[in-house]
Design a protein around this ligand. Structure first.
Ligand code: 5GP
Length: 120
């Protein structure tokens, strides 16, 4: 379980502003404050789970719903066919900085291949 005082919880509680693009009973989605692509949206579940490593088998639907919502968003916004990337960072080597699980949706330009920092 994550603590419920991450920056994302504050966004969910409307204690700090964010450019919210989608919300339902399960999740909230908003634009990343430091976008790594022309489109960079974060999909965050409302249930407290710190990292992917904490996800229980019974919670598989939590991540499934994030993926479905991201794909729906891509179709709605018109870039499903041109393509996009979804990413979940886990713990330090994965680059995770906010310890409430979230799915990154990146799109709007060719993203190239991904790899290990410092390697070409
Ligand atoms: P992580 O590195 O944990 O996978 O992703 C965290 C993301 O949250 C980063 O891409 C970072 O730019 C974004 N972020 C951090 N603080 C804020 C904030 O206050 N507002 C928004 N919209 N995004 C944030």
């Amino acid at each position: 379980m994550s603590s419920n005082d991450t920056i994302f919880h504050k966004i969910m509680r409307r204690e700090i502003p964010a450019d919210i693009v989608y919300e339902d009973e399960h999740m909230i989605a908003f634009r990343d404050i430091a976008p790594q692509a022309p489109v960079h949206v974060l999909f965050v579940p409302k249930v407290d789970i710190a990292t992917l490593d904490d996800l229980q088998p019974s919670q598989a639907g939590v991540v499934g719903r994030l993926a479905v919502a991201a794909a729906d968003y891509a179709r709605r916004e018109g870039f499903a066919e041109s393509g996009y990337r979804i990413v979940m960072n886990c713990n330090d080597d994965g680059g995770q900085t906010v310890f409430q699980i979230h799915l990154h949706l990146l799109a709007g330009a060719p993203l190239g291949h991904f790899g290990v920092a410092g390697r070409s």
